[in-house]
Design a protein around this ligand. Structure first.
Ligand SMILES: *Cc1c(COP(=O)(O)O)cnc(C)c1O
Ligand SMILES: [Zn+2]
Length: 446
C-alpha cells in the first residue's frame, strides 16, 4: 500500500500541447494484473511478483472493449508519440503528450540490405528519442503510472540508458529521481543522467549487483522503481515499438524481427505487441518470426539457445563493449527462448570486434549512428542472414535501440584518424596526391 502523500507536481503545463486528452473513460479496459505462470489475478497496484508462485505479473486487458473503441483511424488521429496507442497501454490518463517519445522513423535500409543479402530490410530507429534510446518509451509509461499511484520518487537500476530516461522523465512529470548504475558505465551515460538533476549513484559491482541492491531498497522505501515494483507497467511501453512498426508498414506486421536482448523484456513485448494488434483486429493474422541478439561477453540467452536449454545460466562477470545489454541474469530469458523457438527464429551473439564493425557498417550504409546495442543487432543480423535463418525475401525489421554518441569508445578502433593538413592549398593538393600522411593523435583521443 502506498501511504505517502505527495505535493502537487511542479507545473508542467507548458510541456503539454493540444493533444492532451483524457480518452480512457471505459474503466473495464484494464482488467488487472495476472501471473504469467499460475494465472492468478491481482489488482492494478505497484506489485510485480505473484505471492503464490513468484511468477512475474503482467497487465491484463479486456480486448473486446478495446476492439470496439479503437480503430486505425482513431489511432491515426492521436498524438505523434506513444500515446496514440494509449488504449493498449496500462495508464488511466494520457500522460505527457507534449513530449515526443516514440513515433520514431521506420526507414527502408536498401544499402545495408544489399550488403547483407536481404531484399526487404527496414531499420526502426529509436536512437532519436528524447534521451536517445528506446528506454524513453518504457519510462514514459512507468512515470505516468508512478504519478497515478501517488509516488513522489522515481528510481531505477540501469545499465546506462534507463538512467537518462528516468532522469529526464522525472523533470517532465515532476518526480524526484534516483538512478543506480554499475561503476564502469560509459561516462557519457552517467553524464546524460546527471545533467537532468537526478541523484546518480554508482555502485561498485555489476548490473546484477545493482539490481539486487535496488530490490532491497524498494522493500524499504516507498519509491517507484521502474524495473522492480512498477515493472509490469514499465515493460508494456516496449509494445509501442511493434505498434508503430505495423502502422508504419501500412497496418501489417513484418515477416521477421531482430531485437537486442538485455533482460529480454523488449523482445517479449515486441512479440506481444504484434499479437495484441491481431487480437483487436487492427492487422491481419500472421506469425512474426522473432530473433534475438546478444554480445559474446554477456550471452546467457544466446548460449542457452545454442545448447538447446530451456533455462538460462547466468553470466557472472559480463565483459563486453555493449554495456547497455550487459545483464548476466536476464529476468525474461526463459520467455525469450520459448518465443524464439516457437517462431522459428534464433538467438545469436557478436564479439566486440563485430559490434564496432556493425556500428560502422550501419552508419556507412544507412546514415544511422547507433550505439553498441545497434552494433550487436546489425552484426547478429549479418550472421543470421549468412546462415539462412533470416531469409533474403523476408520483410525484416531490425530494432536500433540507442544512439552512437553515447558509446563513442566502441567505434573508434574501426575508424581512420583524420589527416592533419597545413592551411594552404599546396598542402591540401599534396595531401590529395597521397603525400600527406600525418594524422591526428592515436585512438582513443580521436
Ligand atoms: C535496455 C536496452 C535494451 C534491451 O532491453 P531489455 O528489455 O532489458 O531486453 C536494448 N537496447 C538498448 C540500447 C537498451 O538500453
Ligand atoms: Zn503465480
Amino acid at each position: 500500500m502506498i501511504t505517502t502523500t505527495i505535493a502537487e507536481p511542479r507545473p508542467v503545463a507548458a510541456a503539454y500541447d493540444g493533444d492532451a486528452r483524457a480518452v480512457h473513460t471505459a474503466p473495464e479496459r484494464l482488467v488487472g494484473l495476472k501471473c504469467r505462470e499460475c494465472g492468478r489475478a491481482f489488482p492494478i497496484e505497484p506489485i510485480h511478483v505473484c505471492d503464490f508462485c513468484f511468477g512475474p505479473l503482467e497487465v491484463e486487458y479486456n480486448f473486446d472493449v478495446i476492439r470496439q473503441s479503437t480503430t486505425r483511424e482513431s489511432i491515426e488521429r492521436g498524438p505523434r508519440n506513444i500515446w496514440r496507442y494509449g488504449d493498449l497501454l496500462p495508464v488511466e490518463r494520457l500522460a505527457d503528450t507534449g513530449w515526443r517519445v516514440g513515433y520514431t522513423p521506420l526507414q527502408p535500409a536498401p544499402n545495408l540490405g544489399k550488403a547483407l543479402g536481404l531484399n526487404d530490410l527496414w531499420i526502426k530507429n529509436d536512437a532519436v528519442n528524447p534521451t536517445y534510446s528506446f528506454k524513453d518509451r518504457v519510462v514514459a509509461v512507468a512515470s505516468a503510472k508512478a504519478r497515478e499511484f501517488g509516488f513522489d520518487t522515481f528510481a531505477c537500476a540501469s545499465t546506462g540508458n534507463l538512467a537518462s530516461a528516468v532522469a529526464a522523465a522525472g523533470v517532465r512529470v515532476g518526480l524526484k529521481t534516483y538512478v543506480f548504475l554499475p561503476w564502469d558505465t560509459e561516462p557519457s551515460k552517467i553524464l546524460n543522467a546527471l545533467v537532468y538533476g537526478a541523484h546518480v549513484i554508482a555502485i561498485k559491482g555489476t548490473y546484477d549487483d545493482v539490481n539486487r541492491l535496488c530490490s532491497e531498497i524498494a522493500d524499504e522505501k516507498n519509491w517507484a522503481f521502474c524495473n522492480i515494483n512498477v515493472r509490469p507497467y514499465y515493460s508494456e511501453g516496449s509494445k509501442t515499438l511493434a505498434f508503430e512498426t505495423a502502422e508504419q508498414l501500412g497496418w501489417e506486421a513484418p515477416d521477421h524481427v531482430v531485437v537486442p536482448i538485455a533482460s529480454g523484456s523488449l523482445l517479449t513485448k515486441i512479440t506481444k505487441g504484434f499479437g495484441e494488434l491481431q487480437k483487436v483486429g487492427l492487422i491481419p493474422q500472421k506469425t512474426v518470426r522473432v530473433s534475438g541478439a546478444q554480445a559474446s561477453g554477456c550471452n546467457p540467452v544466446a548460449h542457452a539457445f545454442s545448447e538447446g536449454w530451456d533455462a538460462v545460466k547466468p553470466v557472472h562477470r559480463p565483459d563486453t563493449v555493449a554495456k547497455s545489454l550487459a545483464i548476466g541474469n536476464p529476468a525474461d530469458g526463459y520467455y525469450v527462448l520459448r518465443i524464439v523457438r516457437e517462431r522459428g527464429g534464433a538467438v545469436a551473439e557478436a564479439n566486440n570486434e563485430e559490434i564496432g564493425e556493425g556500428m560502422r557498417l550501419l552508419a556507412a550504409t544507412e546514415g544511422v549512428f547507433a550505439e553498441t546495442a545497434g552494433g550487436v543487432t546489425v552484426a547478429v543480423l549479418k550472421k543470421l542472414a549468412e546462415q539462412g535463418i533470416v531469409k533474403r525475401g523476408e520483410r525484416v525489421v531490425a530494432y536500433i535501440t540507442g544512439n552512437g554518441l553515447k558509446t563513442l569508445e566502441a567505434v573508434i578502433p574501426h575508424l581512420t584518424q583524420p589527416p592533419l593538413v597545413e592551411p594552404t592549398l599546396d598542402a591540401f593538393d599534396s595531401f590529395l596526391r597521397g603525400e600527406q600522411v600525418q594524422r591526428l593523435g592515436a585512438s582513443p583521443t580521436l
